[in-house]
Ligand binder design. Structure first.
Ligand code: NAP
Length: 305
């Protein structure tokens, strides 16, 4: 059953296109309106029938919407919010899917007029692909979708948005924005930075040729390259806007790395063994929580085959 009459998706990349497919599949809205910045993306969206209507401006797309989803890179949120703010009718819910929450709240919050319910959100689901063709309806299935409602938020629109995310298959949690940014710095942002760095290092090593890196890439490096293939605009914005938490976790990471480096130099096998035993238990916890599969190579070879 439709939860919203008219949903406006602003930005038509991986997340918005996955939402469009899920909304259609589960019948969660009567009309999906879409907008993306470039004419190319709008043409593709029309071609593949992603939305019921595609609009050249965000202001036009949000007209009459009772749910507006900001699905653009974090750095683009402020300009979009300024553009759509005056065109939102009272009672509209505005949410976003940005990977950082406090910066989005600071950018979007002031542009929302009284009577508009701004409820920031973040689906913890993604792939390294981007663009309007990359979405699929099951992206959110059994993944967490964190909402970070502002203090004093009206619980009725929050419950409605929660129901909408759950209907797309997600588990919904609520969290304070600053805490969200710290948690995600640990679980996503710093790991991405490390992957980008590792792939950069391999590329820099003149004693190992490019073809050797590609030919002999073992599971560890292959997984780094997959993560490091993620969208550069999105990730630039994540680090610029989640600066404090990222730097804090990076500091901790560097200390641990030095401890391991020292253990290797001094031949402290016990320290290495204990450390790796502890990290293995964390991996087991993730599998037990249903957030990954225990299949070798993450089950990917089977899924792709
Ligand atoms: P994406 O596939 O790279 O697509 C971004 C979309 O935003 C494109 O349609 C792009 O339009 C549009 N866009 C960019 N700037 C715009 C502007 N100024 N006005 C209008 N449209 C604009 O992005 P995504 O992966 O879906 O990410 C979208 C948001 O979700 C980001 O905030 C990201 O942090 C968050 N997120 C991503 C993931 C992930 O794994 N990818 C996971 C969770 C949350 P054009 O194509 O015309 O340039």
């Amino acid at each position: 059953m439709a939860i919203y009459q008219r949903v406006a998706l602003i930005g038509l990349g991986l997340i918005a296109s996955s939402m469009a497919h899920a909304i259609r599949q589960f019948g969660l809205a009567d009309h999906i309106a879409g907008h993306a910045k470039s004419p190319e993306t709008r043409v593709i969206a029309k071609e593949i029938g992603l939305c019921d209507s595609i609009h050249a401006t965000a202001a036009e797309a949000v007209m009459g919407a009772d749910l507006v989803v900001l699905a653009v890179p974090v750095g683009a949120m402020a300009a979009i919010a300024a553009e759509i703010g005056p065109h939102l009718r009272p009672g509209t819910t505005v949410t976003d899917v940005g990977s950082v929450k406090q910066a989005v709240i600071d950018a979007v919050g002031p542009k929302m007029l009284d009577g508009v319910h701004f409820i920031p959100g973040h689906p913890i689901a993604g792939t390294e692909h981007s663009g309007p063709r990359s979405g699929f309806a099951t992206l959110f299935r059994n993944r967490w979708w964190l909402l970070t409602p502002l203090p004093g938020a009206d619980p009725v629109p929050v419950a409605r948005l929660r129901g909408f995310c759950e209907a797309m298959g997600a588990n919904v949690g609520e969290m304070e924005a600053a805490h969200h940014d710290l948690v995600l710095a640990v679980t996503s942002h710093v790991p991405h930075l490390i992957a980008y760095t590792m792939v950069g290092v391999a590329d820099d090593l003149s004693r190992v040729t490019d073809s050797e890196v590609v030919r002999y890439s073992a599971a560890g490096f292959r997984d780094f390259t997959r993560i490091a293939a993620s969208d550069p605009t999105m990730w630039r914005d994540v680090f610029l806007t989640n600066k404090e938490a990222t730097l804090e976790i990076l500091g901790r990471f560097t200390e641990e790395l030095f401890a391991l480096q020292r253990a290797i130099r001094t031949g402290d096998g016990q320290l290495l063994f204990d450390y790796f035993t502890h990290t293995r238990a964390i991996r087991r916890g993730i599998i037990e929580a249903g957030q990954d599969t225990a299949a070798p190579d993450f089950g990917r070879a089977k899924a792709e085959g």
